[in-house]
Each structure stands twice: as structure tokens, then as C-alpha cells.
Ligand binder design. Structure first.
Ligand SMILES: *Cc1c(COP(=O)(O)O)cnc(C)c1O
Length: 209
């Protein structure tokens, strides 16, 4: 599931700090960053290899770090040293830089958002129109990054996954806590990837439906 817009805090929550883990959809849509106190994201899905976390911290919060915070987790220490208090993971930084440039060339986060809507929309439309597959998530909360779906006949799950693998479609097994299938489609996934998946899913119905 995914929030489709940034929460607006009611007036009596003026002092409340909005914190968001955007690992899954970081740089996949425009975000009103001014509404947040802290946005953080592991880079491993949309930005760079695992091992780097990006944190956007509202400046006034830097002065409010708890005194017992270990220094490597202390955003104020990190900010004062340009994120180089210790040796940073430079390869990940470099890769992140390449991704930022790529996103900009593509047309920025607005384009990432359009791409994500197109990719996930195609797959949701297909799942919704074919009784063989289903997705129980309310349309207003559906993720543009991860599309979970289940087969009407779950005894075909392992056959589906094996056949998908034979067609070069891997890592479709659902999250261990949910089961079923899950198609992850982060920023780097081209539209053709989704087309190939849908083609395979339709073919699977023709054979086993
Ligand atoms: C993926 C993800 C993480 C990190 O999970 P990993 O298994 O370490 O990749 C954390 N928070 C959110 C919201 C995520 O989507």
C-alpha cells in the first residue's frame, strides 16, 4: 500500500513532527518536503546499491538531537561534517549521483511518477479484468511500486513461479508475511518489463485457466 499524498497535520498537531520512511517510493513522485521533519530512505530500491541511507532533516531539528544518541546516528554530527564524519560508502554515493542525473535526464520526479502510474496501472488493469488473478487492496491505497496479486487457484503458485522464471521473470514470490505474488517495479523498471509480465500472465491463464 502507498500513501497517494502527503498527510496534512491538523492545527492542534502543529508541534508534531512528520517522519517518513520513503525507501520504497523515494524520488518516484513529487513530495512537499516542507511538510516533513524527517524523510529517510535506504537507497537499495530506487537509487543505488544497498548500504547507503539518505536523510532529509529539517534544520531546526538538528539542534534537538537527544544527548544520548550514538554519534554515528546523530544527524547533527553528520550535517556538520558534510556527511563525512566517518568514511562514507563512496561507491554508493557515486552510483546515487549517476541515478540522480539519470532521473533528471528522464524529466525528473514528475516523469518518474508518470512512469510509475503507467507501469502499475497497466498491471492493475490486467489483474482487475482477469478472474484468474486478484488484488485485494483498495484502489485509493494501491502502491505504484509493488503490485501484489494472488492466483484464484493457489495450488498453481509454484507452477506459476517456475514458469515465470523460465521466461526470465524472477523474484515474483510474494512477501513472506503475505504470500501470493508481488511484482516490484521501482524507478529503473522499463515499461517493457511490465508488458512482458502481462504477456506471460495472460499466456499462463490460457494454459492453466
Ligand atoms: C524495503 C524497505 C525497507 C528496507 O528493507 P530491506 O529489506 O532492507 O530492503 C525499509 N522501509 C521501507 C518502507 C521499505 O520499503
Amino acid at each position: 500500500m502507498e500513501f497517494q499524498s502527503a498527510p496534512v497535520l491538523p492545527h492542534d498537531y502543529a508541534e508534531t513532527v512528520l517522519v517518513s520512511d520513503m525507501t520504497s517510493n523515494f524520488l518516484s513522485r513529487p513530495v512537499p518536503v516542507e511538510r516533513y521533519g524527517l524523510i529517510f530512505a535506504g537507497t537499495q530500491k530506487n537509487i543505488a546499491p544497498a548500504g547507503l541511507t539518505i536523510a532529509l532533516v529539517r534544520e531546526d531539528l538538528l539542534a534537538r538531537v537527544r544527548p544520548d544518541t550514538p554519534f554515528l546516528y546523530d544527524f547533527n554530527v553528520l550535517a556538520e561534517h558534510g556527511s563525512m564524519f566517518n568514511t562514507p560508502p563512496v561507491f554508493n554515493w557515486y552510483m546515487a549521483g549517476l541515478t540522480f542525473a539519470w532521473i533528471r535526464e528522464q524529466g525528473g520526479v514528475e516523469q518518474m511518477h508518470r512512469n510509475a502510474l503507467l507501469r502499475s496501472g497497466k498491471l492493475y488493469d490486467f489483474i482487475d479484468t482477469d478472474d484468474f488473478y486478484s488484488n485485494p487492496v483498495d484502489k485509493s491505497c494501491r502502491s505504484r511500486m509493488n503490485v501484489p496479486f494472488i492466483l484464484a487457484d493457489t495450488s498453481l503458485d509454484s507452477t506459476f513461479l517456475a514458469a515465470a522464471g523460465d521466461n526470465g521473470l524472477v523474484e515474483l514470490k510474494g512477501h513472506r508475511s503475505v504470500g501470493g505474488m508481488r511484482a516490484s517495479m521501482y524507478n529503473g523498471m522499463p515499461e517493457s518489463g511490465v508488458d512482458t509480465l502481462i504477456e506471460f500472465m495472460a499466456d499462463f491463464v490460457a494454459r492453466y485457466g
